[in-house]
Design a protein. Sequence first.
Length: 235
Amino acid sequence: MSESAPTSTPNSSDTLWVRRLGRQAYEPVWHAMQAYTAGRDDSSRDELWFLEHDAVFTQGQAGKAEHILMPGDIPVVQVDRGGQVTYHGPGQLVGYILIDLRRRGIGIRDLVTTIEESIVEVLATLGIPAHPRADAPGVYVENGAKIAQIGLRVSKGCTFHGLSLNTDMDLSVFQRINPCGHVGMAVTDIRQQGADPVPSLVQLTDQLAHILAERLRYTDCRDFSDALPGREQTA
């Protein structure tokens, strides 16, 4: 698929561009985020990258080794986002948020709040009451179980990393870690919360991308690629 827009356009600062990347190994995407952020200038696009990862534990900068209990055959990757250890894997929607905070006129706390509120709004459409917690970033259902994770990094005023929304997963894998550094934290997903039918990751991407764009005050939200930067095929 070829990109439908150049690296910058006259209206690029008002448009949130969406890459739908399918199933991906973790490290190539992480390094692509780093490279994209390092190469940004004032004309670079703000982008959302939505995907599903192969099974991986990622340990944030604040992570402690004792929170990784039994990784087994799942790789552990030390990464440059905030927070502690989490799990990414099949059945989980991951959204990476690569935006210029200064251009949007917001701070990192504002962005975290916006992400949390956007996920709560999506879950409400599925009949799942949920809320953020002041003491632990993310989104939680009524019984306190965590259904979405958030971890970000800011470089040169621009963000990367992002969110993960547990959709239809093997939740037993979370027992191999203390999720986000919390001993015994319960983790849930959309299926376990009774959504029927469980929405596809494509459907969740549609909803979440447009809600984020609206809450972040973009005038447009557009799909434009299904590949990482530099890997697009010319039509």
